[in-house]
Design a protein around this ligand. Structure first.
Ligand code: BV8
Ligand code: ZN
Length: 240
């Protein structure tokens, strides 16, 4: 199916970074378990206690900065080189796809390494924010916030449109390591199916989309993706 696809779109979630040691959000040991997401990942939470929210994001950024991309991230880089057109859409904010070598990643939920001014909306690269002093914009003096999309916030407009267009166009949508409960990201699956595309889910467990997709590959992304790649085109014969 992959060999015939021509164009492939991929939607990843926290599960693809699990084998890099980054905790997922839901399920066993999930980040959101200890805390309700709405108590930390919303504009209201930030307005109410920017210090607490900055501590949460600084902690996650440091965790991610120490992690390495895994075989799953790397297999997607190789897969991109095997098809005519490849679009990588991620809900992750860890930038591990980019560190593995993926270019043009559509980050639906922003990322931990950019920050944005709440006043003039300039974005800055993350320079270690040294709490307890809260970061302020050097241009206009307003409070600076993490560059992620919080619950209740719209996704970056251009990015959502590009993701939707890719999913409508590509012959196959690979959905990897997402619990498919956050919208509109999870809605990309219904969009692909509505366009008559083939949807394949790679996940450790069943999710709300498992009954809707064409094929479920149950297991770890870091094992399944390299295996898919091998079957797509056997590794080049060792030079004799
Ligand atoms: C919007 C960034 C409206 C921040 C995130 C009620 C109240 C409030 C909001 C809502 C509500 N009901 C619905 C909503 C809308 C809401 C939403 O969908 N809520 C859900 C929870 C019900 N959505 C929004 O608010 C979105 N905005 O709707 O705007 C609007 C519209 C128009 C105009 C104005 C406003 C914004 C959503 C973005 C929220 N931000 N994160 C941060 O990261 O701190 S979402 C958060 O969840 C993460 O970004 C993450 O990417 C995302 C999804 O989680 P997953 O990636 O799926 O991770 P999870 O842990 O859940 O699952 C991991 C999976 O991997 C599991 O299935 C596991 O089995 C699998 N796995 C584990 N290990 C492996 C593996 N698979 C393979 N291999 C392995 N090794
Ligand atoms: Zn500013």
């Amino acid at each position: 199916m992959l060999a015939q696809a021509g164009e492939i779109a991929v939607l990843t979630g926290a599960g693809i970074s699990a084998e890099s040691g980054i905790p997922t959000f839901r399920g066993l040991g999930g980040l959101w378990n200890g805390r309700a997401p709405l108590s930390l990942a919303t504009p209201e939470a930030f307005a109410h206690d920017p210090q607490l929210v900055w501590e949460f994001y600084n902690w996650r950024r440091e965790l991610v900065a120490q992690a390495e991309p895994n075989a799953g991230h790397r297999a997607l880089v190789a897969l991109a080189g095997r098809v005519d057109r490849f679009t990588l859409i991620t809900q992750n904010v860890d930038r591990l796809h980019q560190r593995a070598g993926s270019g043009d990643v559509l980050e639906l939920h922003g990322n931990l390494f950019e920050v944005r001014c709440t006043g003039c909306h300039r974005t800055f690269d993350q320079t270690g924010i040294t709490l307890p002093a809260l970061p302020h914009c050097e241009a206009c003096g307003h409070l600076v916030r993490p560059g992620v999309v919080w619950f209740g916030e719209t996704l970056p407009p251009g990015i959502w449109e590009s993701a939707e267009a890719a999913v409508r166009r590509a012959g196959i949508l690979l959905v990897i390591g997402t619990s498919a409960v956050v919208f509109p990201a999870a809605g990309l699956v219904a969009i692909a199916r509505g366009a008559g595309r083939t949807v394949i889910e790679i996940n450790l467990e069943a999710t709300p989309i498992s009954d809707e997709v064409d094929l479920v590959l149950r297991g770890q992304a870091a094992e399944i993706l390299p295996e898919l790649l091998n079957r797509l085109s056997p590794p080049p014969l060792a030079a004799t």
